[in-house]
Structure formats: C-alpha cells, structure tokens
Design a protein around this ligand. Structure first.
Ligand code: MSP
Length: 548
C-alpha cells in the first residue's frame, strides 16, 4: 500500500549534493531551481517544508582535483563550495540547510549509520555487511565500479575522456541481495514512488538484469570518512553522499528533528537520471537494513543538453547560471529553467527558444495584463482597486477558470509536475486577457460606464493577484514586488506566499505606479546558449566557462 504522508502537510525536498570538483553550471541549477520551486509551492499550499541541498566533498576524484591545484582537499572544498552557495543566492534559492559532507554533523551521522549497518542482520538472518575482495573497472568520474553493461568502447559513456581504472582491493560489502525482494515490491506498488513511469520501469528492469552486492568502503581512498569498525578503510563516497539526506535533518545529533522530517513527512528526492540506481536501489536498501523508512518519492528529470550532449564539465560544454540571470533577470532565468522543457525529458538549449518563451509568457501574457489593468485603475479610480463582482455571466466564466486553475496547480504540485503547475497559473492570465479584450474597458471608460468599468477592473486585478500568487514559486522576486504594487503589506505577502495563509482580497487597496515587471528581451547580452543547433568551431564550454 502506498503511503504518502504529504497529507500530514510536511514535506522534505532534496537535491543531489553536488561534487565540488566542478563549478555550478545550468545543469546543477536545473535541479536546484526545480527543488526550490517545489519547496515554495508546497509552502504556498500551506505545507511545512524543509528544503535540503549541499555539496559532496569526499572521494578520490575531489582529492585528485585538489592535488592538481596544489591545495589540501579541504582548502579546495572551502573554495569551491562558495561558488555553489553564491550561485544559489543569485538564483534566490531558499534552502533550509546547505549540508557539506565534510561537516562534523554529517561525519557523525555517517558513523552512526555505518555502525548500525555493521550490527544489522538482513531478512535472511545473515549480517548485512561482510568483507570481500573487489576486482573491476572503476570510473572515478562516477565514483563507481562499472559493470559490463556500463561500458561502451572501453569507456564510461558519461566520462568518455577518462579511461576506467582496473582495481583490486579488499572492501566491505553490503548484502543487497537480501533486500531485493522487499525493495522490488515497494517500488512496484509505489511505496517508493519513482516518476516518471518510464524511470520506474527502468529501475524494475535493473532487478530483472540482476543486481550485485555493492562495496561500502574503499581501501586506498584517504579523503573520506573512516569506517568506525575498521579505520583502515573509508566509507564509499556514495554511502557518504546518500546519507546526507538524513544527516542533514539531524540523524546523527537531533533525533526529534530527524523523526519530524523523515518519519512524519513526505520525502521527495529530485535528481537527473545519471544517479537513479544509487537513489532507487542502494539508498532505500541501506535504510531498510537499519530499520529506517525508505524515501516516499523520487522524481527523475532529464538532462540539459548542448548539441545533444549532456551539459557537463567533463565534456566542457557548460553554461553558467549567471549568463541567464544577466540576460533574463533572476526570475526570468528561473522561469525558463522551470518551464522550457518537459520535466522528465532531455532538453536541448537554444537561444531563440528562450527569448520566445520569455516574451510570450512573461512580457506578453502576464506582464501586459498587469500593466493594462493597473494603468486603467490608476487613470479612472485614482489607483483604488474596485470590488470584484462576479455576478455577470462573463465574470462567472473567469471565476470558474480561476478556481479550476488553482485546483490544477495543487494537483500538479502533488504530481511533481512544475510544467503543468506553472501552465495552470499562467492560464489565469490568458483567460483574463481574453476577458479584458472582450470587455473592452477602454470603451467603457470613453462611454463613462463607470459601474461596468469597475467590475471589469475589479475582477481583472483579482485574476492578476491569483495568477501572481501561483507564479510566486517560480518568480520569487517579482511576485512580492507585484503584490506590493497592488497594496499588500510585507507581512501579508509573507503570510500568503510562505505560510500558505489566505489574506484579504486586493479590492480597496491603492495601486502604485510601477515600471514594467518583465521588459521584453530581444537583444543578446551574454552567452545564454547557442543560436542554432550546430557544433561551434571551438570548444563552446571552454569559451563560456573555463574549467577549474
Ligand atoms: N555527488 C553526486 C550526487 C550525490 S547525491 C546523494 C553527483 N554529483 S553531481 O555534481 O555530478 O550532480 C549530478 C546531478 O546534477 C544530476 O543528477 C542532476 O541533478 C544535476 N545535473 C548535472 N548536470 C546536469 C545536466 N546537464 N542536466 C540536468 N541535470 C544535471 O552526482
């Protein structure tokens, strides 16, 4: 039976913790903005939310990057982590906790988990952890051993520039085999809900292919957390990293906080498909082994691509989030990241498409509605917003459309479907624009039909308000500004957007004059993406964003 404690009104939203061997690029921003969107949307719906993100700082690859830069690993991490924190600040990412795997609280939590694993026995009565020898090809890019299925042309397809290394070593293993049956059932019946459906099928396909026990430690990797039961080994970086989802909410040091979010909330992990197996199989199995609840839901989105290749440092084809922020503004960049591609599918970035979408949705549909309606309120009612009177048939239609859109918005959020949520919110502006055009308030003004004019402007402003409120998770800078212009106080704005409380309608408040909220974008300011889909003559990434 699927249990979804979202009904308890509490949600833990997570992003992967990003490796600090890379500077943040749009691919990282894609997940982080989506998670921030989900967190804000749940808050808007009145739910209690904890939004966790952070950085993955241990492992051979990071130690190597630091060595190559002539720095101690922690010096390297301390420097690169600020790049992520600054990027998230620039995108107005409102996380509750930024966890670094080098922090004490995390290390303590991982030690606790490792001890519990070491003491645990599986459903078959055998110890969950055992010692063994590993021989195989290792990809430092993925920080994992490659199976035959993972290899194409002797290389890892995700890191084709680095040859996999042949490794033999003594490791501690996790007896995954003991949990496969239970785990598969939980995935099949959506106890652990994996979406989109195609990804659930992909995971179930992995069971059919066969899954091996995996090692939880490394013998020769020094930059990591020593195993509490054998200090000559360090925790495998994926065990270290996945644990952040519980150590970040107090597993090691604050049991009440931990229980509040992990046991009494709905846990939603967001990520791209590259790390699905770790999240959908290894992670729930580890939790089950120590008697903890597996996560409720994972949503797996696609890759941002350039010239059909995943944007990534190893391929050198990255675009920095700042390029989009400089060009489209913070909210414009967030809007495009959230809406431009179907969440769950890959998306090829093209400059013209970005500009068209920004202009059509923000400058035209939403921006024009605000400016047309508010200008008329300023011109004819001294800025005072008239009462919204829905007794007429046309106004009824608008009211029904608003109610339907609001309903669709909540359903889309529960489905982890940012595209449809934003689409629902924006549909309010579209319907309101049609209503406005049809009602022709400029004619009513000329004919001095002030009562009718008041009705048209009253309901239109209420539609602006509803549209703005529902767009706030994607436009967290502009929507509060819009609400201020409509006469709402900061306390009201905070109550409505961040605490899900209802507040008094716009009627009776005085609108302030404002410059356009979403000026059209036509001119190229920076490099937001290729104009056309063709391979640039020189390495695109090298020009846009020099590697570390
Ligand atoms: N450190 C691990 C994750 C541990 S989570 C317990 C890791 N780090 S990463 O820096 O490589 O981040 C991978 C994640 O970054 C992807 O799953 C995705 O969320 C995001 N993306 C990185 N490049 C991306 C694209 N080109 N497109 C979409 N998302 C991308 O794996």
């Amino acid at each position: 039976m699927a249990t979804h404690p979202a009904s308890s009104g509490r949600v833990l939203v997570t992003t992967p913790i990003y490796y600090v061997n890379d500077r943040p690029h749009l691919g990282h921003a894609y997940t982080t903005v989506a998670a921030d969107f989900m967190a804000r949307a749940h808050r808007l719906l009145g739910r209690e939310v904890f939004f966790l993100t952070g950085t993955d700082e241990h492992g051979e690859r990071i130690a190597e990057t630091a060595r190559a830069r002539g720095l101690a690993p922690i010096e390297h991490c301390d420097e690169v982590v600020t790049g992520f924190q600054d990027a998230w600040k620039a995108l107005n990412i409102n996380y509750d906790r930024f966890i670094r795997t080098t922090e004490d609280a995390h290390v303590k939590g991982v030690e606790k988990l490792l001890k519990l694993l070491h003491e645990a026995t599986g459903p078959d009565g055998r110890p969950v952890i055992y010692e063994g020898e590993y021989r195989g090809l290792y990809c430092t890019g993925c920080e994992k051993f490659l199976s035959g299925r993972d290899i194409e042309d002797d290389r890892c397809p995700l890191h084709p520039t680095q040859a996999p290394q042949e490794i033999t070593e003594r490791n501690y293993f996790f007896r995954l085999s003991a949990f496969l049956e239970q785990l598969k059932a939980k995935i099949e019946n959506d106890d652990i809900r994996i979406r989109p459906e195609g990804r659930k099928r992909e995971v179930l396909g992995l069971f059919a292919q066969g899954l091996d026990d995996f090692s939880i430690s490394r013998e020769k990797v020094e930059w990591g957390i020593p195993l509490p039961f054998d200090r000559s080994q360090t925790a495998y970086v994926w065990v270290d990293a996945l644990s952040n989802y519980i150590t970040g909410i107090g597993f090691g040091d604050r049991p009440d906080e931990y229980a509040k979010w992990w046991n009494d909330g709905k846990v939603l992990h967001l990520m791209a498909k590259d790390i699905l197996k770790f999240h959908a199989i290894f992670w729930p199995a580890m939790l089950m082994a120590v008697g903890e609840r597996p996560p409720d839901e994972m949503f797996i989105h696609g890759y941002l691509t350039l010239v059909d290749q995943k944007m990534s440092k190893s391929l050198g084809n990255v675009i920095k989030p700042d390029a989009w922020v400089d060009d489209f503004g913070v909210d414009g960049a967030r809007y495009l990241l959230t809406t431009i591609f179907r969440f769950g599918q890959d998306g090829e970035i093209r400059e013209a498409m970005l500009r068209e979408k920004y202009n059509a949705d923000l400058a035209n549909d939403f921006g024009n509605l605000i400016s047309r309606a508010s200008k008329m309120v300023l011109a004819h009612f001294d800025g005072y917003i008239p009462e919204a009177d829905y007794s007429g048939p046309e106004e009824q239609v608008l009211k029904t459309a608003m109610a339907t859109a609001e309903q669709k918005f909540s359903e889309a959020i529960d489905d982890v479907d940012p595209n449809h949520a934003v689409e629902a919110a924006l549909s309010i502006a579209r319907v309101a624009n049609r209503y406005f055009d049809h009602a022709a308030p400029w004619k009513l003004a000329k004919e001095k039909q002030m009562d009718k004019l008041a009705v048209v402007l009253g309901v239109t402003i209420e539609a602006v308000f509803s549209c703005a409120v529902h767009l706030s998770p994607v436009l967290p800078n502009k929507v509060p500004e819009i609400m201020q212009t409509l006469g709402f106080t900061d306390a009201e704005i905070d109550a409505r957007l961040n605490k899900g409380r209802s507040i008094a309608a716009p009627a009776g408040r005085q609108i302030a004059k404002s410059p356009p909220f979403f000026p059209r974008t036509d001119k190229r300011k920076g490099k937001v993406g290729p104009e056309k889909k063709e391979k640039p003559p020189t390495g695109l990434g090298q020009k846009i964003h020099p590697p570390l």
